[in-house]
Design a protein around this ligand. Structure first.
Ligand SMILES: CC(=O)N[C@H]1[C@@H](OP(=O)(O)OP(=O)(O)OC[C@H]2O[C@@H](n3ccc(=O)[nH]c3=O)[C@H](O)[C@@H]2O)O[C@H](CO)[C@@H](O)[C@@H]1O[C@H](C)C(=O)N[C@@H](C)C(=O)N[C@H](CCC(=O)O)C(=O)O
Ligand SMILES: Nc1ncnc2c1ncn2[C@@H]1O[C@H](COP(=O)(O)OP(=O)(O)OP(=O)(O)O)[C@@H](O)[C@H]1O
Length: 517
């Protein structure tokens, strides 16, 4: 892979991003490397000066390691002797140049993208399960949990971000194509648009699942309007669009979709009893819950319109993941599969076995309540989860172990307090990725919003102890929810990923020990 200086300048001009350039080499000079981290530069490379923690010394380091061209929003003396491309926006420039450097791998992939506050990972896994039936070992996945760029075990690795930096995104797409992948299912976070990680990328199918306030605060979105705006970008950048008609802010989302997509290519779905507020639009797919079961979800997908029927995906389905919200996620995935040409008969075996680490995991503990480990970590997902548990288990006593992260998502704290007050009887407030904040202060902030007449609150800083105490306090018939971290194997503490066995492993060990007593 390589890119010439001339090509860089032409691409930046074409996208109206170039402010000025200072050229030291021939315009034909080729750059065989591309990086935004000085430690990763080797050989004649293109280097991007970006980020809130960027230091000019990184440019000197990049130059020492072989970088010959830098892209930045202002000139740096440390870059003297290098080609300088001064741009209006460095993250947009990086996305454009990275796509070209990796030779536009998106053109060789059928790309399905999900955005939404909740359900992205679940829907992405369901979709991959479906597509793999029709295209075995050819479906890549870029999710919060894993990045899969090929069929071999060493081509699957843990993700650091839900949506990677543009340079890493196009690098991984290129790997996926070179490894024989034909399809890519990816999650697109709001940060991805805010920070131009997916600038210029068009998806074959784009989904809008839902939106509730989240990711608002320092380092994330200044307000809800910014969060919604970022998420709606996906609608404008997708050839076909699928929208959950039950989402809040539906009118704005639909309007965004129609700016670039003709209504014939926009699909709407909703549960069977949902009544749309407007009568000028038709719901294309309805999903109808079948009998409640504590180990499987069963639902029927009903195509309502002609264009829905054409996808051939109507019929009964079962899931190995319970929760009524997962029927909504599965409906989205089935439509995604249908738009990629996979009919219901093929999709069914694919979707029925999908399980996702840290999502709706159940652990029976002898002589105590049933424990759920689940990744719910904001008001919307906590209420969706507890609403389901309340209905499924006929109003059980609910004990919840939960904490809120530091440095981000500050709105989650009052959200947890509200959700606990609405549904839980006992709360164990504990530590969850405190970052640079004091976890005791975060716990106090959650506690301040809880109605103590309704919920008994225990403050237990050590997460393992909190889980142990909650389970010990539960009786058969109670439900213990360990929320927020799922299968995460770290706690983010003062900038360091401190090892944590994962909620799943901690609960599993308690459940195993209970069987031996
Ligand atoms: C706020 C945010 O999104 N920050 C991301 C961003 O940081 P940044 O651009 O400010 O870069 P930085 O970490 O300050 O570092 C400055 C630059 O110096 C470079 N450097 C650094 C050291 C060195 O020796 N040499 C060198 O060149 C770094 O490579 C970097 O390019 O780029 C970094 C990668 O270069 C990301 O790791 C970092 O994500 C942080 C860790 C993060 O937690 N982001 C969260 C908020 C996020 O993006 N979450 C969403 C999900 C949430 C949602 O749904 O919206 C996600 O997609 O994961
Ligand atoms: N459609 C949905 N509506 C509400 N809550 C949901 C929905 N789907 C999943 N959840 C809840 O949210 C949790 C996280 O689900 P998932 O990982 O699929 O979402 P996500 O959008 O990828 O989340 P994040 O952005 O936090 O990584 C689940 O464990 C479940 O409790």
């Amino acid at each position: 892979m390589a890119l010439s200086l001339n090509a860089c300048i032409l691409l930046l001009k074409e996208h109206h991003l170039l402010k000025s350039s200072a050229v030291q080499n021939s315009m034909d000079i080729q750059m065989s490397g591309i990086a935004y981290d000085s430690r990763k530069v080797s050989g004649p490379s293109l280097f991007f000066c970006k980020g809130s923690h960027f230091r000019p010394i990184y440019l000197s380091m990049a130059k020492d390691n072989g970088a010959i061209t830098y892209v930045a929003e202002k000139p740096y003396v440390e870059g003297n002797g290098m080609n300088a491309l001064i741009v209006v926006n460095v993250t947009k420039a990086m996305a454009i140049l990275a796509a070209a450097f990796y030779d536009f791998p998106q053109d060789d992939l059928f790309v399905i993208a999900y955005t939404g506050t909740k359900g992205k990972t679940t829907s992405a896994y369901f979709t991959r399960g479906i597509l793999e039936q029709a295209h075995p070992k050819r479906v890549a996945l870029f999710s919060t949990l894993d990045r899969i760029v090929g069929p071999n075990p060493d081509q699957k690795f843990k993700s650091d971000l839900t949506t990677p930096e543009s340079l890493d995104l196009f690098h991984d797409m290129r790997q996926a194509v070179d490894n024989g992948m034909t399809h890519l299912v990816m999650e697109v976070s709001s940060q991805a648009y805010l920070r131009n990680r997916v600038f210029g990328l068009t998806y074959d199918v784009g989904f809008f699942l839902n939106i509730t306030p989240d990711h608002i605060g320092p380092n994330e979105h200044p307000n809800f309007a910014s969060y919604l705006h970022s998420k709606m970008q996906l609608m404008v950048n997708s050839r076909k669009v699928v929208i959950n008609a039950e989402t809040d802010h539906f009118d704005e989302v639909y309007a965004a979709a129609t700016t670039t997509t003709y209504p014939d290519s926009i699909y709407l779905f909703a549960s069977s009893d949902f009544k749309p507020k407007r009568d000028d639009l038709h719901i294309d797919f309805r999903f109808e819950s079948q009998t409640l079961d504590t180990t499987k979800s069963r639902f029927t997908l009903v195509p309502v319109t002609e264009k829905a029927a054409a996808l051939n995906i109507g019929g009964p389905y079962s899931l190995s993941l319970i929760g009524d919200f997962n029927e909504s996620n599965a409906t989205a995935a089935l439509i995604g599969g249908g738009l990629a040409g996979v009919d219901g008969a093929k999709a069914n075996p694919g979707i029925s076995t999908v399980q996702i680490p840290g999502r709706m995991e159940q652990y029976p503990v002898k002589d105590h309540g049933l424990v759920y480990v689940d990744y719910a970590h904001n008001y919307g997902s906590m209420t969706a989860l507890m609403h389901f548990i309340k209905a499924e288990y006929h109003d059980p006593k609910i004990l919840v172990v939960v904490g809120a992260p530091g440095d981000k998502g500050v709105s989650r704290r009052p959200g947890f307090a509200k959700a606990l007050t609405e549904y839980a009887q006992v709360a164990y407030l504990t530590t969850d990725d405190p970052g640079f904040e004091d976890p005791a202060d975060i716990i106090d902030e959650i506690d301040a919003g809880i109605d103590h007449d309704k919920v008994t609150v225990n403050k237990v800083l050590d997460r393992q102890t909190a889980i142990e105490e909650a389970i010990a306090a539960s009786k058969p018939g109670d439900i213990v929810i360990v929320a927020g971290k799922g299968a995460d194997q770290y706690q983010k503490v003062r900038g360091i990923d401190t090892p944590w066995p994962s909620d799943s492993k901690v609960v599993q060990a308690i459940a195993d020990a209970s069987q031996q007593n």
